[in-house]
Design a binder for this molecule. Structure first.
Ligand SMILES: Nc1ncnc2c1ncn2[C@@H]1O[C@H](COP(=O)(O)OP(=O)(O)OP(=O)(O)O)[C@@H](O)[C@H]1O
Ligand SMILES: [Mg+2]
Length: 306
């Protein structure tokens, strides 16, 4: 069995604006692979092209270039989609249906029926924590409950791959943690999970690998550990009793913050650190501390994606 669950090759989408006919290149040749059992984070600022990519993977819009395969089947063919559970960015649930009815409907659309379906619906609705609201019309449910109804619908046919567009957005901290726990449980159960998010701390906690998108292009991809370690080490140097003119010291730093008589400098790599320390020593400036800093996913995101 192939190790690759989702393969995306040079996927592209150009929209044409109505009336003006102006082109919007939302996705410009995006390629990445998600392997079996991985939890993969799809990151990027607003408008980077995450939802557009996910819509192409799930057949909501057609690509203008490239292709994607899911477990070897061309996406979004029925064969491929039968193996996918999808939670859209703003799941639409028919307001007059109850979670039980909506999740059953999604199960039937995936070829399930009878007692097997009824049992599975109860199981997944319970799993996402809304069993108590199973028979209430969806229009009376909160945003978090709607999100969970959508999650249950994505799980009902036991898909091999879960595609989730911003699964934690719009939820309160408790709801976010619960959705995070659901993702962890699914991953532990061996499911492959592909999700987009802005919440970098969640991504850092959940994902094995990530891909960062910027203006429709991949600007960084790989294991979080690799991305964090790939760039040179950074350090924060705090100097005390600095002279009024610190232009020379600041020249080497990426970031300089003056706090009264103190100057905090952030430098890249060993060379940057050495240069600041040499200049400080030569100028008789006291060195209070040199603290090595490990990059976080947020640092990488800010540097690469914005
Ligand atoms: N139907 C459309 N017609 C024209 N332009 C569109 C359409 N859908 C998306 N776009 C444009 O494509 C770009 C990418 O949008 P997309 O929704 O994929 O971003 P995103 O990464 O999901 O952002 P967010 O984090 O805000 O959800 C944006 O510039 C958006 O305005
Ligand atoms: Mg989006």
């Amino acid at each position: 069995m192939s190790d690759v669950v989702l393969s995306v090759e040079s996927l592209a989408k150009t929209f044409r604006k109505p009336f003006t006919g102006k082109k919007v290149e939302a996705v410009r040749g995006v390629s990445f692979e998600v392997k079996r059992g991985e939890t993969f984070g799809f990151l990027g600022p607003n408008g980077a092209g995450k939802t557009t990519t996910i819509k192409m993977l799930t057949g909501l819009i057609a690509p203008t270039g490239g292709k994607a395969t899911i477990l070897g089947e061309v996406a979004p063919s029925p064969e491929a989609m039968g193996k996918v559970g999808f939670l859209p960015e703003n799941p639409y649930v028919y307001p007059y249906l109850t979670p039980r009815e909506f999740v059953s409907l999604c199960g039937r659309l995936n070829g399930m029926s009878g007692a097997t379906l009824a049992k599975k619906v109860e199981e997944v609705v319970e799993r996402v924590g809304i069993a108590y609201a199973m028979d209430r019309p969806v229009r009376n449910l909160s945003k978090g409950m709607l999100q969970r109804t959508g999650f249950a619908a994505a799980l009902v046919h036991s898909p091999e791959l879960l595609i989730l567009d911003e699964p934690m957005s719009g939820l309160d901290p408790v709801g976010r943690k619960e959705v995070r726990d659901l993702i962890i449980e699914e991953a532990n159960a061996g499911r492959t999970v592909f999700f987009s998010s802005h919440i970098l701390s969640d991504v850092e906690m959940l994902c094995d690998r990530v891909c960062i998108l910027r203006k429709g292009e991949v600007v960084a991809a790989g294991a979080i550990e690799e991305l964090v370690g790939a760039d040179m080490r950074r350090s924060e140097i705090t100097l005390v009793d600095v002279p009024d003119d610190t232009t020379e010291l600041e020249g080497v730093a990426e970031k300089a913050t003056r706090l009264g008589k103190k100057l905090v400098l952030e430098v890249q790599g060993d060379d940057g650190m050495k240069m600041v320390l040499e200049r400080a020593l030569a100028g008789g400036v006291r060195i209070e501390s040199v603290v090595p800093k490990r990059e976080t996913l947020e640092d990488i995101f800010v540097r690469k994606a914005l």
